[in-house]
Ligand binder design. Structure first.
Ligand SMILES: *[C@@H]1O[C@H](CO)[C@@H](O)[C@H](O)[C@H]1NC(C)=O
Ligand SMILES: *[C@@H]1O[C@H](CO)[C@@H](O)[C@H](O)[C@H]1NC(C)=O
Ligand SMILES: *[C@@H]1O[C@H](CO)[C@@H](O)[C@H](O)[C@H]1NC(C)=O
Ligand SMILES: *[C@@H]1O[C@H](CO)[C@@H](O)[C@H](O)[C@H]1NC(C)=O
Ligand SMILES: *[C@@H]1O[C@H](CO)[C@@H](O)[C@H](O)[C@H]1NC(C)=O
Length: 503
């Protein structure tokens, strides 16, 4: 849904669009002006935050930098890789808010949810769980929920393969079990996470996948919130409070995939593109999991939109290289060119050097463009660009923050209809599918981290915030559509404690 625009398009809406468009450009100001509190949006959407203590009696010297994220390439099929979706209806239990440990203590992940004696319900994945039923208790639930489903990995996956389980995003703190074995943990929303699960699997048999997630926000989570108890209520149910201006949806928000890779496989790819005059350039860095040190060769091929080979390169160095593309067809934003969003297809193939046997191949779309700026303008491929656009939300009735392709396509249609060429992912990373779509459609993205209204500054929050930002940049660095990063929305920088935090 377009940010704060639930009504149909009319003159008033257009006016709001412009205010929001202005706001998107503020992100640059936020980044360059060292996070001055600069917001025209507050009066539109925020209640005054409750004043909190402003002490800086801690030291950031103990700060641990986030461990760099690796892997998490978007699952794509190829001659060497299979992808299977686990989307659909999962079994679901909302746990008792007053007794959030119950499932862990009773080991529901070993037992199976049907054996708990608590009725399960069918819960769609991907979707927020909040608005699926007519029950306020589920909509306003604070605490833990459990999801479960079975799946069937074929016998053919047992040999010469690795099997991976990947979640597009879950809100928030999550633990995953395969057949009762803890396989994966993650705690920040809006971001993908994965693990190799081969060793937990029974091939050619039914397997159980169990997920527990906790939607509670506190002083150290990104974003922040506070759980309170209403003393005038007899049931002592917790309430989640927060200052941000959108509903705190929770659940398995994006697709869940099983996918395979060979034993020797490409685990990570980072691209940097540039355009000078009519010459394009792609610098690539690869991570290759090269278990047995077999001598290998990297073959890189760049195909144009019609599938014609444009460049080909053999590289005995598997880890980095450069492709030069003379007479390039650059990636242009919508309305800057008659063919916006031009994407090439880039193929990385690892071959055994002696036999030339194909070990792994991964293909990805790539837009070749340059982004530069000075104190006056932002330039795409050397041409100044004027940003016209929105802050959006991933938010709609029934599915909440759940990925929905129909909604995505409709939003892009609206963006183009109104003449927009950019949006800010206010106030969190949007789906990977939406990032791919933006690349294709030539819509520019100001890519925002999920820190919103940070108010109580501390070491643990900063560590989580840095990790959220690191994971976001890792996920989205290869998208032509991303023209800027937003590290936070409206942190309370009037507070003294924010100074050491941002320094
Ligand atoms: C900071 O001061 C508050 C209030 O005096 C205290 O409760 C808290 O423990 C202190 N924090 C640290 C890290 O010293
Ligand atoms: C939830 O847990 C509390 C505390 O253990 C208990 O008193 C209450 O009966 C439980 N509610 C339900 C619906 O099981
Ligand atoms: C805050 O939430 C995180 C994530 O759920 C949790 O790990 C942490 O223990 C919580 N902190 C406090 C003080 O409750
Ligand atoms: C607390 O409970 C009382 C009684 O049910 C209700 O009137 C009040 O609105 C509640 N307060 C909050 C903050 O929800
Ligand atoms: C913030 O710092 C300034 C300068 O040191 C000081 O005068 C002011 O009282 C501080 N504000 C608070 C709320 O502590």
């Amino acid at each position: 849904m377009l940010h704060k625009l639930r009504c149909s398009m009319n003159l008033k809406t257009l006016l709001v669009c412009w205010i929001i468009a202005f706001n998107a450009s503020l992100v640059f100001a936020v980044i360059s002006a060292n996070l001055e509190d600069s917001c025209s949006e507050c009066s539109l959407c925020f209640e005054e935050p409750v004043p909190r203590e402003d002490d800086i009696n801690f030291s950031y010297e103990a700060l641990k930098l986030p461990r760099p994220t690796t892997g998490l390439l978007y699952p794509r099929e190829s001659e060497t890789r299979e992808v299977r979706s686990l989307d659909g209806l999962w079994r679901f239990i909302k746990s008792n808010s007053s007794d959030s440990q119950q499932g862990l203590l009773e080991k529901w992940y070993e037992l199976g949810l049907e054996q708990t004696g608590i009725p399960t319900m069918a819960m769609p994945v991907p979707a927020s769980y909040n608005d699926i039923t007519v029950h306020a208790a589920l909509r306003d639930h604070v605490g833990i929920v459990w999801y479960e489903r079975s799946f069937f990995p074929p016998n053919s996956w047992e040999r010469e393969q690795r099997v991976w389980l990947r979640f597009g995003s879950v809100h928030y703190k999550t633990e995953v079990w395969i057949n009762g074995h803890s396989a994966l943990r993650h705690s920040i929303g809006h971001l993908p996470f994965e693990a190799e699960i081969s060793k937990f699997l029974k091939f050619g048999a039914e397997n159980r996948l169990t997920l527990m997630c906790d939607n509670r926000l506190n002083d150290t989570t990104v974003p922040q919130g506070t759980v309170v108890y209403n003393s005038s209520e007899s049931n002592n149910e917790p309430l989640q409070t927060y200052t941000f201006d959108f509903f705190n949806y929770a659940g398995i928000h994006r697709s869940v995939h099983l996918y395979t890779t060979p034993l020797v496989y490409i685990s990570d790819i980072a691209l940097h593109t540039d355009v000078q005059n009519k010459r394009g350039r792609i610098d690539y860095k690869l991570m290759v999991n090269h278990v047995d040190q077999t001598p290998c060769l990297l073959r890189v091929r760049l195909l144009d939109k019609s599938g014609q080979l444009v460049r080909e390169q053999e590289n005995t160095n598997l880890l980095d290289g450069t492709l030069v593309v003379p007479d390039v067809n650059p990636w242009w934003p919508y309305l800057m060119h008659e063919q916006p969003g031009y994407l090439y297809n880039l193929e990385f193939a690892i071959h055994a050097k002696d036999t030339m046997r194909l070990l792994d191949v991964y293909r990805m779309p790539v837009g070749i463009r340059s982004v530069e700026w000075n104190t006056k303008s932002l330039f795409i491929n050397g041409v100044p660009v004027y940003l016209r656009g929105f802050g959006k939300h991933e938010d709609s009735d029934i599915r909440g923050k759940g990925l929905d392709y129909a909604l995505l396509a409709r939003d892009f249609s609206l963006l183009k209809w109104v003449g927009a060429n950019v949006y800010r992912t206010s106030h969190y990373p949007y789906s990977e599918e939406s990032m791919h779509f933006a690349d294709e459609q030539g819509i520019m993205i100001v890519d925002e981290c999920s820190s919103v209204n940070a108010d109580i500054f501390g070491l643990e929050l900063l560590q989580n915030h840095m990790s959220a930002l690191e994971q976001l940049v890792h996920r989205d660095r290869n998208h032509a559509s991303v023209i800027a990063w937003s590290i936070a929305n409206e942190p309370r920088t009037a507070k003294n404690a924010s100074k050491p935090y941002f320094e």
